[in-house]
Design a protein. Structure first.
Length: 342
């Protein structure tokens, strides 16, 4: 099979590229990424020379480029990770979220209709369901929970989901959608809570906790998300949505305290700062459909996964320090243009 993975130079897409290149040597994995500020080819360094891997630089919302690529490559499967993914950025500048997350998705869908594929998979988020109250721990997001978004980011993702499902109903496109909770693990961009706090704690900087730190997120190791997507694409029913999560709810304060303890840093580094506008209180996924239909079982729980992740950041300082210094943005020029690969 020839599989197009978009956004494969980002956090989850990058982990997925590693997973697929290693697990399916007989498949061809084409990684398409625009290399925005969040795209980092150093994330894909270890698979760069694999025979079943190829990188293409490009924008999923560029119609001519996408149609030409589909015509040339004749993909069997398309898995769309590419997105603007940071909620805080969407509050500052919503437009690019509409452009990439909505227009980019519909451009890919149009190409799939025109050139034909066996599966289009949309990597979505639990944020499309809005949030849950802190005083109702009995409530979880199911696939039937109504869409009720809070931020420009989640609104753009919910819009994309609706387009994907409509292309199934209207054009018979074989689609699936996964909605996952917060991921953590290797190659997580240091603007997001966990890698930001690890990198700042290591530098003895202040750790900015929004509001009172009581907001709850449901953390899943990125490896378990990759396994879930692979299962859904190969065995999940067409036209269906699958929630992905492992029942690992923690308050933000608990997460930050865990990081400080593991790094032997004082809690006095915590600084409470102005809250995020529209800040969702609690996310919590009910993953029963994925478990019962497809036999998905997560490998990691948060307590072991977070320790391994902290160790990864200690062992891979170059990766995130290059990001903080901006050096990672030169990687494409050095590794691809200068070597005549593109
Ligand atoms: P990320 O920001 O780390 O990576 C996004 C990647 O997409 C980057 O490599 C970027 O260069 C690329 N990209 C952005 N715009 C593009 C465009 N127009 N064309 C081509 N490539 C483009 O994001 P992530 O955290 O890895 O998230 C990946 C997907 O998973 C997103 O769709 C996100 O909504 C979803 N998701 C994320 C989480 C999470 O906790 N991070 C949880 C659930 C779902
Ligand atoms: O739930 C899935 C979503 O998880 C994904 O769809 C998004 O792409 C991903 O970015 C993530 O969204 P969050 O907003 O939950 O993640 P973030 O890491 O930005 O924040 C996690 C929590 O930590 C949130 O309650 C806000 C808080 N926070 C975040 C930052 C960056 C802080 O308290 N301080 C911070 O500096």
């Amino acid at each position: 099979m020839k599989i197009l993975v978009t956004g494969g130079a980002g956090f989850i897409g990058g982990n997925f590229v590693h997973y697929m290149v290693e697990k399916y040597p007989e498949d061809m994995i084409v990684n398409l990424d625009a290399l925005t500020y969040a795209g980092n080819l150093e994330t894909c360094k270890s698979v760069e020379d694999a025979n079943n891997y190829k990188f293409v630089k490009g924008d999923i919302a560029n119609r001519d480029f996408i149609f030409n690529l589909f015509e040339e490559e004749k993909f069997d499967v398309v898995i769309n990770f590419a997105a603007e993914s940071h909620v805080d950025r969407s509050i500052e500048d919503p437009g690019i979220f509409v452009q990439t997350n909505v227009m980019g998705t519909t451009t890919l869908l149009d190409a799939c209709v025109k050139y034909g594929i066996t599966r289009y998979h949309q990597v979505s988020t639990d944020e499309v369901y809005g949030d849950l109250p802190l005083d109702r721990p009995d409530l979880f997001f199911t696939e039937e929970t109504p869409l009720h978004t809070s931020s420009p980011y989640s609104s753009s993702k919910a819009s994309a989901d609706l387009f994907v499902l409509s292309y199934h109903r209207t054009f018979g496109l074989p689609v699936s959608v996964s909605r996952c909770s917060n991921n953590y693990g290797p190659y997580h961009f240091p603007e997001k809570l966990i890698p930001l706090m690890i990198s700042r704690a290591l530098a003895d900087g202040s750790l900015p906790v929004y509001g009172n730190g009581e907001n709850v997120r449901d953390w899943l190791h990125v490896y378990d998300h990759c396994v879930a997507i692979d299962l859904i694409v190969r065995k999940g029913r067409v036209g269906e949505v699958y929630n992905v999560g492992g029942h690992n709810e923690r308050t933000n304060l608990e997460v930050v305290q865990t990081i400080l303890k593991a790094l032997d840093k004082p809690e006095s580094l915590i600084t409470y700062v102005q809250d995020r506008k529209g800040h969702d209180m609690r996310y919590a996924i009910d993953p029963e459909k994925l478990e019962n239909e497809l036999g998905w079982v997560p490998k990691y729980n948060f307590d072991t996964g977070i320790q391994q992740t902290i160790q990864w950041y200690l062992d891979n300082k170059d990766w995130w320090q290059n990001i903080l210094s901006g050096d990672y943005q030169n990687y494409f020029e050095t590794m691809y243009k200068e070597k005549g690969r593109v």
